[in-house]
Ligand binder design. Structure first.
Ligand code: ZN
Length: 236
């Protein structure tokens, strides 16, 4: 009888022990699963942050003003910034630089200086970052990091170049053309773009600007090709 009692108690104790063991094992497993989840989340977070930083997309856009401010204007560009006024130069910063837009002034025989002084009048509502003149001279009117008023709804993410021309055809003279190529290639190099980023005002609004290079598609293709060549030689 006593022996049986002992056996019975032993059996119960054994059962309790097994139950406690199972419970402990469950708790340990649960803790392990929790720890694994935390580690996975941390590793995932680190990878996501690394990817975000190395994508290179967000960083330059965030610091676009800084990037553009750091560009050194070469001595072959005549800086004659127009005054801050109205819509010609509001001082608003660019959101980015996605394209370089080529225009023609549409006023045959006028010089870069004539056009720059016109932009500077308080009543004028248009402007461009650069003017390329009849003798190949280049005048800068608006700082690189600010919006110009030349390319309609694309003013916020483009740099604009207005080009002088001797007659109504709108064709650039050779000396002017060479300066357009030099300036455009330099801008592309400084902003990390390639010749595919060079567009006409026409490509934005279908306005016949620059007229000769809208009516002569081959001349436009050649211009872009020449910019590509100049860019290549800049990169060495
Ligand atoms: Zn235009």
């Amino acid at each position: 009888m006593r022996y049986n009692m002992y056996e019975k108690n032993y059996g119960k104790r054994r059962q309790n022990y097994e139950r406690r063991k199972r419970r402990r094992r469950k708790i340990i497993l649960r803790r392990l699963a929790c720890m694994l989840l935390i580690i996975a989340a941390a590793v995932g977070g680190i990878i996501a942050v690394k990817k975000y930083n190395s994508s290179g997309k967000t960083v330059p856009e965030k610091n676009i003003t800084e990037t553009l401010r750091a560009i050194k204007i070469p001595e072959w560009i005549d800086e004659q910034l127009i005054h801050l006024h109205n819509t010609a130069r509001t001082g608003t910063e660019l959101d980015g630089v996605k394209n370089i837009v080529i225009h023609y002034v549409g006023n045959p025989g006028t010089t870069a200086q004539n056009n720059r002084d016109y932009f500077d009048k308080p009543s004028t509502e248009v402007s461009s970052h650069f003017l390329v003149g009849l003798d190949g001279e280049i005048i800068q009117c608006v700082p690189l990091w600010e919006k110009s008023a030349a390319s309609n709804w694309r003013n916020s993410d483009t740099i604009s170049i207005e080009v002088c021309h001797p007659d109504e055809s709108g064709k650039f003279s050779d000396i002017t053309y060479n300066s357009v190529i030099k300036l455009t290639a330099w801008l592309l190099n400084e902003t990390g773009l390639n010749e595919e980023a060079v567009i006409r005002h026409y490509d934005i609004t279908e306005k016949l600007c620059p007229i000769y290079y809208v009516q002569n598609e081959d001349a436009w293709k050649q211009l872009k090709k020449d910019v590509g060549k100049a860019l290549k030689s800049l990169k060495g």
